[in-house]
Design a protein around this ligand. Structure first.
Ligand code: AMP
Ligand code: ZN
Length: 464
Protein backbone atom coordinates (compact mmCIF):
# COMPACT_ATOMS: atom_id res chain seq x y z
CA UNK A 1 0.00 0.00 0.00
CA UNK A 2 1.29 3.45 -0.92
CA UNK A 3 1.49 6.24 1.64
CA UNK A 4 -1.79 8.15 1.73
CA UNK A 5 -2.29 11.39 3.65
CA UNK A 6 -5.39 13.52 4.04
CA UNK A 7 -5.09 16.91 2.37
CA UNK A 8 -7.16 19.70 3.98
CA UNK A 9 -7.12 21.58 0.68
CA UNK A 10 -8.75 18.85 -1.42
CA UNK A 11 -10.49 17.27 1.59
CA UNK A 12 -9.39 13.84 0.40
CA UNK A 13 -6.87 11.18 1.34
CA UNK A 14 -4.25 11.38 -1.39
CA UNK A 15 -1.35 9.17 -2.43
CA UNK A 16 1.64 11.20 -1.34
CA UNK A 17 3.72 12.36 -4.29
CA UNK A 18 6.77 14.43 -3.42
CA UNK A 19 7.92 17.22 -5.71
CA UNK A 20 11.43 15.76 -5.67
CA UNK A 21 11.80 12.01 -5.95
CA UNK A 22 13.09 11.21 -2.49
CA UNK A 23 13.21 14.55 -0.70
CA UNK A 24 10.30 16.13 1.14
CA UNK A 25 10.05 19.84 1.93
CA UNK A 26 7.93 20.38 4.97
CA UNK A 27 7.00 23.60 6.78
CA UNK A 28 5.68 23.50 10.34
CA UNK A 29 3.97 26.46 11.96
CA UNK A 30 5.84 26.90 15.21
CA UNK A 31 5.05 28.27 18.63
CA UNK A 32 4.21 31.79 19.65
CA UNK A 33 6.69 32.05 22.49
CA UNK A 34 4.85 34.22 25.00
CA UNK A 35 3.96 31.66 27.67
CA UNK A 36 4.57 28.06 28.74
CA UNK A 37 3.85 25.23 26.32
CA UNK A 38 0.40 23.70 26.86
CA UNK A 39 -0.69 20.13 26.29
CA UNK A 40 -2.79 21.04 23.23
CA UNK A 41 0.22 22.59 21.48
CA UNK A 42 2.20 19.44 22.11
CA UNK A 43 -0.46 17.15 20.69
CA UNK A 44 -0.02 18.98 17.39
CA UNK A 45 3.79 18.77 17.49
CA UNK A 46 3.74 15.06 18.45
CA UNK A 47 1.51 14.24 15.48
CA UNK A 48 3.64 16.39 13.19
CA UNK A 49 6.63 14.41 14.42
CA UNK A 50 4.78 11.18 13.60
CA UNK A 51 4.20 12.49 10.08
CA UNK A 52 7.90 13.26 9.69
CA UNK A 53 8.90 9.86 11.06
CA UNK A 54 6.47 8.04 8.74
CA UNK A 55 7.97 9.88 5.77
CA UNK A 56 11.47 8.94 6.92
CA UNK A 57 10.39 5.35 7.52
CA UNK A 58 9.26 5.28 3.87
CA UNK A 59 12.74 6.34 2.81
CA UNK A 60 12.21 10.07 2.22
CA UNK A 61 14.72 12.62 3.36
CA UNK A 62 12.72 15.31 5.13
CA UNK A 63 13.79 18.92 5.30
CA UNK A 64 11.58 20.35 8.02
CA UNK A 65 11.51 24.10 8.59
CA UNK A 66 9.80 25.42 11.70
CA UNK A 67 9.36 29.05 12.67
CA UNK A 68 9.34 30.62 16.10
CA UNK A 69 6.79 33.42 16.34
CA UNK A 70 8.57 35.90 18.57
CA UNK A 71 6.75 39.00 17.30
CA UNK A 72 3.52 40.05 15.66
CA UNK A 73 0.93 37.57 16.96
CA UNK A 74 -1.87 39.65 18.42
CA UNK A 75 -4.53 38.42 20.82
CA UNK A 76 -7.62 37.24 18.98
CA UNK A 77 -5.63 36.29 15.84
CA UNK A 78 -6.92 39.43 14.12
CA UNK A 79 -5.12 42.72 13.73
CA UNK A 80 -6.56 44.91 16.45
CA UNK A 81 -5.52 43.30 19.77
CA UNK A 82 -2.43 43.63 21.90
CA UNK A 83 0.82 41.89 20.96
CA UNK A 84 1.04 38.59 22.91
CA UNK A 85 4.77 38.85 23.58
CA UNK A 86 4.88 42.55 24.48
CA UNK A 87 1.89 41.99 26.77
CA UNK A 88 3.51 39.04 28.53
CA UNK A 89 6.75 41.04 28.91
CA UNK A 90 4.92 43.90 30.58
CA UNK A 91 3.23 41.54 33.03
CA UNK A 92 6.50 39.75 33.89
CA UNK A 93 8.47 43.01 34.01
CA UNK A 94 10.95 41.57 31.54
CA UNK A 95 11.89 42.62 28.03
CA UNK A 96 10.00 41.17 25.07
CA UNK A 97 13.28 39.59 23.91
CA UNK A 98 13.81 37.91 27.29
CA UNK A 99 10.28 36.50 27.26
CA UNK A 100 10.70 35.10 23.76
CA UNK A 101 14.09 33.53 24.53
CA UNK A 102 12.86 32.00 27.78
CA UNK A 103 9.74 30.36 26.33
CA UNK A 104 11.47 29.26 23.14
CA UNK A 105 14.02 27.40 25.28
CA UNK A 106 11.26 25.76 27.30
CA UNK A 107 9.42 24.77 24.15
CA UNK A 108 12.36 22.97 22.57
CA UNK A 109 13.23 21.26 25.87
CA UNK A 110 9.64 19.99 26.01
CA UNK A 111 9.92 18.80 22.40
CA UNK A 112 13.03 16.84 23.35
CA UNK A 113 11.42 15.28 26.40
CA UNK A 114 8.56 14.13 24.15
CA UNK A 115 10.95 12.61 21.61
CA UNK A 116 9.86 15.10 18.96
CA UNK A 117 12.68 15.41 16.43
CA UNK A 118 14.28 18.80 16.09
CA UNK A 119 13.36 20.54 12.82
CA UNK A 120 16.13 20.71 10.23
CA UNK A 121 15.92 24.49 10.38
CA UNK A 122 14.46 26.64 13.17
CA UNK A 123 13.86 30.26 12.14
CA UNK A 124 12.75 33.19 14.26
CA UNK A 125 10.43 35.86 12.90
CA UNK A 126 12.53 38.67 14.41
CA UNK A 127 15.55 37.47 12.41
CA UNK A 128 13.68 37.63 9.09
CA UNK A 129 12.23 41.13 9.05
CA UNK A 130 14.09 41.95 5.83
CA UNK A 131 12.64 38.88 4.06
CA UNK A 132 9.16 39.86 5.21
CA UNK A 133 9.55 43.44 4.00
CA UNK A 134 10.79 42.18 0.61
CA UNK A 135 7.78 39.89 0.32
CA UNK A 136 5.34 42.66 1.24
CA UNK A 137 6.99 44.80 -1.45
CA UNK A 138 6.29 42.06 -4.00
CA UNK A 139 2.68 41.79 -2.86
CA UNK A 140 2.39 45.58 -3.10
CA UNK A 141 3.93 45.63 -6.58
CA UNK A 142 1.40 43.02 -7.71
CA UNK A 143 -1.37 45.27 -6.36
CA UNK A 144 -2.73 43.02 -3.65
CA UNK A 145 -2.28 45.52 -0.80
CA UNK A 146 -3.43 48.95 0.39
CA UNK A 147 -2.58 51.39 3.12
CA UNK A 148 -4.76 52.46 6.06
CA UNK A 149 -3.98 54.71 9.02
CA UNK A 150 -2.67 51.76 11.06
CA UNK A 151 -0.85 49.63 8.51
CA UNK A 152 -0.51 47.94 5.14
CA UNK A 153 -3.36 45.53 4.49
CA UNK A 154 -3.90 42.60 2.15
CA UNK A 155 -6.89 42.89 -0.16
CA UNK A 156 -8.45 39.42 0.07
CA UNK A 157 -11.03 40.13 -2.64
CA UNK A 158 -8.15 39.92 -5.16
CA UNK A 159 -7.80 36.14 -4.52
CA UNK A 160 -10.39 34.18 -6.47
CA UNK A 161 -10.49 31.11 -4.24
CA UNK A 162 -9.60 32.84 -0.97
CA UNK A 163 -11.81 30.48 1.06
CA UNK A 164 -10.65 27.24 -0.64
CA UNK A 165 -8.68 25.90 2.32
CA UNK A 166 -11.41 26.30 4.90
CA UNK A 167 -14.19 25.40 2.49
CA UNK A 168 -16.32 27.85 4.49
CA UNK A 169 -18.67 30.15 2.60
CA UNK A 170 -17.12 33.63 2.35
CA UNK A 171 -20.03 34.97 4.38
CA UNK A 172 -19.04 32.75 7.33
CA UNK A 173 -15.37 33.74 7.12
CA UNK A 174 -16.45 37.37 7.08
CA UNK A 175 -18.63 36.83 10.12
CA UNK A 176 -15.60 35.62 12.07
CA UNK A 177 -13.81 38.82 11.13
CA UNK A 178 -16.74 41.11 11.99
CA UNK A 179 -15.85 41.34 15.70
CA UNK A 180 -12.89 43.45 14.82
CA UNK A 181 -14.60 46.64 13.58
CA UNK A 182 -11.90 48.26 11.50
CA UNK A 183 -13.82 50.69 9.27
CA UNK A 184 -10.82 51.36 7.05
CA UNK A 185 -10.58 47.80 5.75
CA UNK A 186 -11.98 47.20 2.27
CA UNK A 187 -13.17 43.69 3.11
CA UNK A 188 -13.86 42.14 6.52
CA UNK A 189 -11.39 39.30 5.82
CA UNK A 190 -8.51 41.65 4.90
CA UNK A 191 -5.52 41.37 7.21
CA UNK A 192 -2.39 43.31 8.12
CA UNK A 193 0.90 42.70 6.36
CA UNK A 194 2.66 45.46 8.27
CA UNK A 195 1.34 47.33 11.30
CA UNK A 196 2.50 50.80 12.25
CA UNK A 197 3.69 51.25 15.81
CA UNK A 198 0.93 53.03 17.75
CA UNK A 199 1.42 56.77 18.01
CA UNK A 200 -0.08 56.90 21.50
CA UNK A 201 0.40 54.70 24.57
CA UNK A 202 3.56 52.87 25.64
CA UNK A 203 6.25 52.54 22.99
CA UNK A 204 6.70 49.06 21.47
CA UNK A 205 9.89 47.19 22.36
CA UNK A 206 9.98 45.34 19.07
CA UNK A 207 9.70 47.62 16.04
CA UNK A 208 11.60 48.13 12.82
CA UNK A 209 11.92 50.68 10.07
CA UNK A 210 10.26 49.83 6.77
CA UNK A 211 9.39 51.56 3.47
CA UNK A 212 5.95 52.26 5.00
CA UNK A 213 7.05 53.55 8.41
CA UNK A 214 8.16 52.20 11.77
CA UNK A 215 6.23 49.16 12.83
CA UNK A 216 6.16 45.38 12.98
CA UNK A 217 5.04 42.53 10.69
CA UNK A 218 1.54 41.06 10.61
CA UNK A 219 1.40 37.51 11.98
CA UNK A 220 0.92 35.64 8.68
CA UNK A 221 3.71 37.13 6.60
CA UNK A 222 6.51 35.41 8.56
CA UNK A 223 5.45 31.92 7.49
CA UNK A 224 5.19 32.84 3.80
CA UNK A 225 8.56 34.62 3.90
CA UNK A 226 10.50 31.98 5.81
CA UNK A 227 8.82 29.08 3.99
CA UNK A 228 9.92 30.49 0.64
CA UNK A 229 13.38 31.42 1.89
CA UNK A 230 14.24 27.94 3.12
CA UNK A 231 12.05 25.68 0.97
CA UNK A 232 11.52 27.61 -2.26
CA UNK A 233 8.35 28.33 -4.17
CA UNK A 234 7.08 24.77 -4.02
CA UNK A 235 6.52 23.08 -0.69
CA UNK A 236 5.33 19.49 -0.26
CA UNK A 237 3.64 19.70 3.13
CA UNK A 238 2.59 22.49 5.46
CA UNK A 239 1.49 21.56 8.99
CA UNK A 240 -0.37 23.10 11.91
CA UNK A 241 -3.42 22.75 14.13
CA UNK A 242 -6.97 22.99 12.74
CA UNK A 243 -7.46 26.43 14.30
CA UNK A 244 -5.05 27.78 11.70
CA UNK A 245 -7.21 26.75 8.73
CA UNK A 246 -9.66 29.68 8.47
CA UNK A 247 -7.28 32.54 9.29
CA UNK A 248 -3.53 31.95 9.49
CA UNK A 249 -3.17 29.36 6.73
CA UNK A 250 -5.88 30.87 4.55
CA UNK A 251 -4.01 34.17 4.70
CA UNK A 252 -0.63 32.56 4.19
CA UNK A 253 -1.95 30.86 1.08
CA UNK A 254 -3.35 34.18 -0.19
CA UNK A 255 0.02 35.91 0.35
CA UNK A 256 1.84 33.12 -1.51
CA UNK A 257 -0.49 33.43 -4.50
CA UNK A 258 -0.20 37.22 -4.51
CA UNK A 259 3.59 37.15 -4.42
CA UNK A 260 4.32 34.32 -6.88
CA UNK A 261 1.17 34.01 -8.97
CA UNK A 262 0.56 30.43 -7.83
CA UNK A 263 -0.13 28.41 -4.68
CA UNK A 264 3.03 27.08 -3.08
CA UNK A 265 1.88 24.28 -0.80
CA UNK A 266 0.77 20.92 -2.20
CA UNK A 267 -0.57 19.28 0.92
CA UNK A 268 -1.99 20.98 4.02
CA UNK A 269 -1.79 18.74 7.09
CA UNK A 270 -3.92 19.74 10.07
CA UNK A 271 -4.14 18.25 13.50
CA UNK A 272 -7.43 18.16 15.41
CA UNK A 273 -7.69 19.79 18.82
CA UNK A 274 -7.08 18.37 22.22
CA UNK A 275 -9.87 19.18 24.60
CA UNK A 276 -10.03 18.81 28.35
CA UNK A 277 -13.06 17.25 30.00
CA UNK A 278 -14.86 17.64 26.67
CA UNK A 279 -14.31 21.40 26.42
CA UNK A 280 -11.88 23.72 24.75
CA UNK A 281 -9.07 24.48 27.20
CA UNK A 282 -9.50 27.84 28.85
CA UNK A 283 -7.76 29.45 31.79
CA UNK A 284 -11.06 30.78 33.10
CA UNK A 285 -12.63 27.31 32.92
CA UNK A 286 -9.90 25.87 35.16
CA UNK A 287 -9.25 23.08 32.67
CA UNK A 288 -6.03 24.45 31.28
CA UNK A 289 -2.83 22.44 31.61
CA UNK A 290 0.76 23.20 30.77
CA UNK A 291 3.14 20.40 29.85
CA UNK A 292 4.96 21.09 33.10
CA UNK A 293 1.81 20.20 35.08
CA UNK A 294 2.24 16.69 33.72
CA UNK A 295 5.87 16.33 34.71
CA UNK A 296 5.28 18.07 38.06
CA UNK A 297 2.84 15.28 38.89
CA UNK A 298 5.58 12.73 38.21
CA UNK A 299 4.39 11.42 34.85
CA UNK A 300 6.90 10.45 32.20
CA UNK A 301 6.42 12.95 29.32
CA UNK A 302 6.39 9.93 27.00
CA UNK A 303 3.19 8.77 28.72
CA UNK A 304 1.60 11.90 27.25
CA UNK A 305 3.08 10.99 23.88
CA UNK A 306 1.59 7.48 24.23
CA UNK A 307 -1.77 9.04 25.13
CA UNK A 308 -1.68 11.17 21.98
CA UNK A 309 -0.84 8.15 19.82
CA UNK A 310 -4.03 6.46 21.03
CA UNK A 311 -6.18 8.83 18.95
CA UNK A 312 -5.97 9.48 15.21
CA UNK A 313 -4.58 12.92 14.44
CA UNK A 314 -7.77 14.02 12.64
CA UNK A 315 -10.05 13.18 15.59
CA UNK A 316 -10.48 15.44 18.55
CA UNK A 317 -9.22 13.92 21.74
CA UNK A 318 -10.20 14.44 25.32
CA UNK A 319 -7.55 14.76 27.98
CA UNK A 320 -8.26 13.35 31.44
CA UNK A 321 -5.81 12.50 34.23
CA UNK A 322 -7.29 8.97 34.31
CA UNK A 323 -6.45 8.51 30.63
CA UNK A 324 -2.92 9.76 31.25
CA UNK A 325 -2.59 7.34 34.15
CA UNK A 326 -3.70 4.47 31.92
CA UNK A 327 -1.19 5.56 29.26
CA UNK A 328 1.60 5.58 31.85
CA UNK A 329 0.61 2.06 32.96
CA UNK A 330 0.61 0.80 29.37
CA UNK A 331 3.99 2.37 28.69
CA UNK A 332 5.45 0.87 31.87
CA UNK A 333 4.19 -2.54 30.78
CA UNK A 334 5.90 -2.15 27.43
CA UNK A 335 9.19 -1.18 29.05
CA UNK A 336 8.86 -3.89 31.64
CA UNK A 337 8.42 -6.70 29.13
CA UNK A 338 11.08 -5.43 26.78
CA UNK A 339 13.56 -5.39 29.64
CA UNK A 340 13.48 -9.18 29.87
CA UNK A 341 13.51 -9.83 26.13
CA UNK A 342 16.76 -11.11 24.69
CA UNK A 343 19.02 -8.15 24.15
CA UNK A 344 19.88 -7.64 20.52
CA UNK A 345 23.56 -8.41 20.57
CA UNK A 346 23.53 -9.80 17.06
CA UNK A 347 20.60 -8.36 15.15
CA UNK A 348 21.99 -9.40 11.79
CA UNK A 349 21.04 -13.05 12.30
CA UNK A 350 17.49 -12.20 13.30
CA UNK A 351 14.75 -11.91 10.71
CA UNK A 352 12.28 -10.05 12.90
CA UNK A 353 8.54 -10.62 12.54
CA UNK A 354 7.90 -9.66 8.95
CA UNK A 355 4.13 -10.19 8.96
CA UNK A 356 3.76 -7.74 11.81
CA UNK A 357 6.03 -5.27 10.08
CA UNK A 358 3.88 -5.47 6.94
CA UNK A 359 0.69 -4.88 8.90
CA UNK A 360 2.31 -1.98 10.71
CA UNK A 361 3.40 -0.40 7.43
CA UNK A 362 -0.12 -0.71 6.02
CA UNK A 363 -1.51 1.03 9.10
CA UNK A 364 0.87 3.96 9.05
CA UNK A 365 0.50 4.32 5.28
CA UNK A 366 -3.25 4.66 5.68
CA UNK A 367 -3.25 8.34 6.68
CA UNK A 368 -1.07 7.61 9.72
CA UNK A 369 -3.38 5.15 11.50
CA UNK A 370 -1.28 5.15 14.65
CA UNK A 371 -3.94 3.75 17.03
CA UNK A 372 -4.07 0.71 14.73
CA UNK A 373 -0.27 0.56 14.65
CA UNK A 374 -0.25 0.53 18.47
CA UNK A 375 -2.69 -2.37 18.55
CA UNK A 376 -0.33 -4.25 16.22
CA UNK A 377 2.47 -3.63 18.72
CA UNK A 378 0.39 -5.19 21.50
CA UNK A 379 -0.46 -8.21 19.34
CA UNK A 380 3.25 -8.67 18.74
CA UNK A 381 3.84 -8.67 22.48
CA UNK A 382 1.26 -11.40 23.01
CA UNK A 383 2.53 -13.60 20.18
CA UNK A 384 4.74 -16.33 21.56
CA UNK A 385 5.59 -18.08 18.32
CA UNK A 386 8.52 -15.72 17.78
CA UNK A 387 11.69 -15.49 19.79
CA UNK A 388 11.95 -12.41 21.97
CA UNK A 389 14.97 -11.27 19.99
CA UNK A 390 12.95 -11.37 16.76
CA UNK A 391 10.19 -9.44 18.49
CA UNK A 392 12.75 -7.01 19.85
CA UNK A 393 14.16 -6.37 16.38
CA UNK A 394 10.69 -5.66 14.97
CA UNK A 395 9.65 -3.47 17.88
CA UNK A 396 12.75 -1.32 17.58
CA UNK A 397 11.92 -0.81 13.91
CA UNK A 398 8.33 0.18 14.73
CA UNK A 399 9.56 2.55 17.41
CA UNK A 400 11.38 4.56 14.77
CA UNK A 401 7.87 5.81 13.98
CA UNK A 402 6.28 5.70 17.43
CA UNK A 403 9.20 7.28 19.29
CA UNK A 404 8.36 5.71 22.64
CA UNK A 405 11.97 5.32 23.74
CA UNK A 406 12.18 1.52 23.39
CA UNK A 407 15.85 1.74 22.45
CA UNK A 408 16.66 3.15 25.88
CA UNK A 409 15.10 0.24 27.81
CA UNK A 410 17.87 -1.51 29.70
CA UNK A 411 18.11 -5.28 29.81
CA UNK A 412 17.20 -6.64 33.19
CA UNK A 413 19.78 -9.02 34.67
CA UNK A 414 18.04 -10.95 37.41
CA UNK A 415 20.30 -11.07 40.43
CA UNK A 416 21.07 -14.25 42.39
CA UNK A 417 19.12 -13.15 45.46
CA UNK A 418 16.00 -12.52 43.34
CA UNK A 419 16.37 -15.93 41.69
CA UNK A 420 16.68 -17.50 45.15
CA UNK A 421 13.53 -15.77 46.41
CA UNK A 422 11.60 -16.93 43.36
CA UNK A 423 12.74 -20.53 43.89
CA UNK A 424 11.71 -20.32 47.51
CA UNK A 425 8.31 -18.98 46.47
CA UNK A 426 7.89 -21.86 43.99
CA UNK A 427 8.55 -24.31 46.79
CA UNK A 428 6.02 -22.61 49.07
CA UNK A 429 3.41 -22.62 46.32
CA UNK A 430 3.89 -26.34 45.77
CA UNK A 431 3.37 -26.79 49.50
CA UNK A 432 0.23 -24.66 49.13
CA UNK A 433 1.62 -22.19 51.67
CA UNK A 434 -0.02 -19.26 49.88
CA UNK A 435 0.48 -16.79 52.70
CA UNK A 436 4.25 -17.07 52.75
CA UNK A 437 4.37 -17.29 48.93
CA UNK A 438 2.39 -14.04 48.68
CA UNK A 439 4.73 -12.37 51.15
CA UNK A 440 7.67 -13.04 48.85
CA UNK A 441 5.72 -11.76 45.86
CA UNK A 442 4.90 -8.57 47.75
CA UNK A 443 8.49 -8.19 48.85
CA UNK A 444 9.70 -8.45 45.25
CA UNK A 445 6.84 -6.22 44.15
CA UNK A 446 8.08 -3.51 46.47
CA UNK A 447 11.42 -3.76 44.74
CA UNK A 448 9.60 -3.23 41.43
CA UNK A 449 9.63 -6.81 40.10
CA UNK A 450 6.57 -7.90 38.22
CA UNK A 451 6.00 -11.66 38.53
CA UNK A 452 3.75 -13.90 36.51
CA UNK A 453 2.73 -17.41 37.54
CA UNK A 454 2.64 -19.63 34.48
CA UNK A 455 1.98 -23.40 34.27
CA UNK A 456 5.76 -23.77 33.87
CA UNK A 457 6.46 -21.82 37.04
CA UNK A 458 6.92 -18.21 38.12
CA UNK A 459 8.70 -15.87 35.75
CA UNK A 460 9.85 -12.29 36.11
CA UNK A 461 7.95 -10.16 33.62
CA UNK A 462 10.17 -7.16 34.17
CA UNK A 463 10.94 -4.40 36.61
CA UNK A 464 9.11 -1.13 37.00
P1 AMP B 1 0.28 28.89 18.57
O1 AMP B 1 1.50 29.20 19.35
O2 AMP B 1 -0.97 29.46 19.17
O3 AMP B 1 0.41 29.23 17.09
O4 AMP B 1 0.09 27.32 18.67
C1 AMP B 1 1.09 26.40 18.31
C2 AMP B 1 0.46 25.18 17.68
O5 AMP B 1 -0.39 24.50 18.60
C3 AMP B 1 -0.40 25.52 16.45
O6 AMP B 1 -0.16 24.59 15.42
C4 AMP B 1 -1.82 25.40 16.99
O7 AMP B 1 -2.71 25.06 15.97
C5 AMP B 1 -1.66 24.26 17.99
N1 AMP B 1 -2.68 24.22 19.05
C6 AMP B 1 -3.09 25.24 19.86
N2 AMP B 1 -4.03 24.81 20.74
C7 AMP B 1 -4.22 23.47 20.49
C8 AMP B 1 -5.06 22.45 21.06
N3 AMP B 1 -5.87 22.67 22.08
N4 AMP B 1 -4.99 21.20 20.51
C9 AMP B 1 -4.15 20.93 19.48
N5 AMP B 1 -3.33 21.85 18.92
C10 AMP B 1 -3.36 23.11 19.41
ZN1 ZN C 1 2.52 29.84 10.45
Amino acid sequence: MKLKIYNSLTKKKEVFKPINKDKVRMYTCGMTVYDHTHIGNMRTYINTDILRRVLEYSGFEVKQVENVTDVGHLFGDRDMGRDKIEDSARKAKKSAWEIATMYEKEFFETMQALNVKMPTIVCRATEHIKEMIDLIKKIEKNEFSYKTSDGIYFNTSRIKDYNKLSGMPLEKLREGARVEKNPEKLNLTDFALWKFSPKRGPRRQMEWDSPWGIGFPGWHIECSAMGMKYLGEQIDIHTGGVDHIPIHHTNERAQNIAATGHPIVNLWFHNAFLKVEGQRMGKSLGNFFWMKDITDKGFNPLAFRYLCLNTHYRSETNFTWEALDAAQTALNRLYCEVSIWDPLTNTAIKTGCTEYEKEFLNAINDDLSIPKALSIVWNLFKDNQFSTSDKHKTLLKMDKVLGLGIKGVEHLEISEDVKKLIAEREKLRKEKNWREADKIRDQLGERGYLLEDTPEGTIVKGKL
